[in-house]
Design a protein around this ligand. Sequence first.
Ligand code: BGC
Length: 450
Amino acid sequence: MSKEANLKASDFGNDFLWGVVIAAAQNEGGYKTEGRGLSIWDQFANKQGKIKGSATPSVACDFYHRYKDDLLLVKALGFKVFRFSIAWSRILPLGIGKINQEGVQFYHRLIDECLKLDLIPYVTLYHWDLPAALEKEGGWTSTHLLKWFSRYVQICTQEYGSKVKNWIVLNEPMGFTSLGYMIGKHAPGKMGLSNFLPAVHNAVMAQAEGGRIIRANVPHANIGTSFSCSEIIPATQNKKDIEAANRIDILLNRLFIEPSLGMGYPSDGFALMDKLYLHNKAWKFTERMRFDFDFIGVQNYFPVVVKYNAVIPIIQASDINAKTRKVPATDMGWEVNPNSFKNIIQQFADYPGVKKIIISENGAFYKDKIINGVINDTNRIQYFQQYLVALLKAKNSGINIAGYFAWTLMDNFEWSEGYHARFGLVHVDFKTQLRTVKQSGHWFRQFLAQ
Ligand code: BGC
């Protein structure tokens, strides 16, 4: 039998944490329910042509009303951990000012339900859904951001800290600063360096400050933050391609973790980093950008192959996509490459300050077809099998990897892709909200039971 078919959850040890992830804006819906304020995604979705199929997150999976049943599914699939995010605009509809008690109570009910079912909650404080009212004041580019975010974190940790011990400060800061404030593909749709540079710095400051607030308010907290990361592979061994790959590595992998480790911003002579440093007077903040995280959340979906490209401004680099290279890819066009998953985990583990790694997201979109009520997503099963074999190799090589959380429980609002890009272990019919466990969900259940 193949290594993949032989794999069992128990190979990872009894303490290994198996989890599944969702995010508020992608799952909850209830966008105006019980006092919730609008988020930047509610607004962005109403701008024409920004989201495939003109989709909006207004209803999504209606998790707000169906969370009890959905948690039963998490339990039935055999996961121990449930990672979800808090919608800032449910707690503070305007981002600042008055607290919305009904929103606060919703997360109490959700957390209580997790605990009742013996699911360990991992709470993400920010998964991309800034209150729209704060965006009017500059959002992540504002010099007030840190103050706004700190108050929100104070409130969440004081409310839930006696029940929730595991916290993730930010979800993929490179994701929301680059897509939202540099290339405008995600909410709030802003572009250019004058937005990107301050947004990056505020996110770096917020991730550390968030960590400090959790530490102060939550006894015995297990504090992490999550990073998107991709192994960067130079297209050739030519000097120019290697240098281009290094620039992309700085942006995609090093930019947010290194300041948190007290190393300041990475540079290696990359002019953009010098701009970032000067723009934000970053020499003043090296200490404040640092926080001693208990774990690092590594989120990996694909590697990136990079070549030098003189016509691309700022980075002078471009990627060669999976289709051009004729390598296996998901329906997102993302290369399937389990070995690169192992390599990027190693790259993050190699930082002396990283104590523990949790794979806080990994998963795949494939076009699922329901045939007679069955979703035979063999390709997704194979994806997970191959990635888990690579993960076990990484773990057995001595890296302290404490858990693996699959993205995602159920098909949901996939940002600018709308509802067509389905990553779930559970299929959702968005007309009826009917949930159907895919074969990959059944596969996970069997895998986790062994
Ligand atoms: C994000 C998720 C997203 C997933 C798939 C991650 O970058 O954290 O919100 O749905 O990737 O694109």
